[in-house]
Design a protein around this ligand. Structure first.
Ligand SMILES: Nc1ncnc2c1ncn2[C@@H]1O[C@H](COP(=O)(O)OP(=O)(O)OP(=O)(O)O)[C@@H](O)[C@H]1O
Ligand SMILES: [Mg+2]
Length: 241
């Protein structure tokens, strides 16, 4: 699979703290690439850098061989990269369906209709509820529907399963498989739910203290002694929920 997006030696420093250190990784069309690691490892900072919400201190990020601009989230989104946030960023006073419509209207070549998007994430029954009245897990699914509404080439999801009931986690994993196989979308998922990661990921990268310490097939990575050691005290990655 050829790489759609590549990070080469990306560093992000906050004063004296190196949140991301020389990260090199790639994301391919039709692939789910999971990024895991203990709290504070630098995962969200990687998403923020790719999506133009955080300036990288050094290094290159290329989409289809073209360098992505620094700190220009709108320009990055126009190139087909969308994201969800670790803390949902919704229009809280708008209805569920209007939240999706807003994202959908920005896109001229949307692949999916608004109704279909709601169906895919299981929010049809609450389509006319105000977003702020949704359960937390449903707000995360609405974030995913909004991110999908603009027909991305690369979808970046920051802990989409946090707070989801098990049937919604199941739905999310089916949805991810569907969008990569049917639409050839590349998905990068940051997630602490390792059983979910094991089910959906084609490849896993692991970060620890800003460093990418492993990349590869799920079984290899999750059994890597360095990865298990990184999780000691925070739970074994192969058993954590
Ligand atoms: N804007 C910021 N200013 C200063 N430090 C920051 C900023 N954003 C993140 N950090 C720090 O950078 C490090 C990496 O944070 P990041 O949010 O990327 O971790 P994470 O892997 O997403 O963790 P979690 O699993 O808890 O979400 C942490 O030490 C965090 O405190
Ligand atoms: Mg995070």
């Amino acid at each position: 699979m050829s790489a759609l997006l590549e990070l080469e030696d990306v560093c992000v420093r906050f004063g004296g703290l190196t949140a991301v250190a020389d990260a090199t990784m790639s994301f391919a069309e039709g692939e789910v690439h999971a990024l895991i690691g203990p709290n504070g490892a630098g995962k969200s900072t990687v998403i923020n850098c790719i999506s133009g919400f955080q300036r990288r201190s050094s290094g290159e990020i290329r989409l289809g061989g073209e360098t992505l601009p620094h700190l220009d989230a709108a320009a990055v989104a126009r190139r087909g990269i969308t994201r969800s946030f670790q803390t949902p960023q919704l229009f809280s006073r708008l209805s569920v369906i209007d939240n999706v419509r807003v994202a959908h209207q920005r896109q001229r070549r949307a692949r999916l209709r608004v109704d279909d998007l709601l169906e895919l994430v299981g929010l049809t029954e609450v389509a006319h509820h105000q977003a702020e009245n949704l359960a937390y897990g449903q707000q995360r699914l609405l974030e995913v529907a909004r991110a999908l509404a603009s027909s991305p080439r690369l979808l970046l999801l920051d802990e989409p399963a946090a707070g989801l009931a098990s049937e919604d986690t199941e739905r999310l994993s089916r949805l991810l498989k569907l969008i990569v196989t049917q639409f050839g979308v590349a998905v990068m998922i940051v997630e602490h739910n390792v059983p979910l990661v094991r089910r959906v990921a084609d490849r896993i990268s692991v970060m620890h203290h800003g460093l990418v310490i492993a990349t590869g097939a799920p079984d290899d990575v999750l059994n890597d002694p360095a990865v298990i050691a990184a999780y000691l005290g925070g739970g074994n990655p192969s058993t954590e929920h």
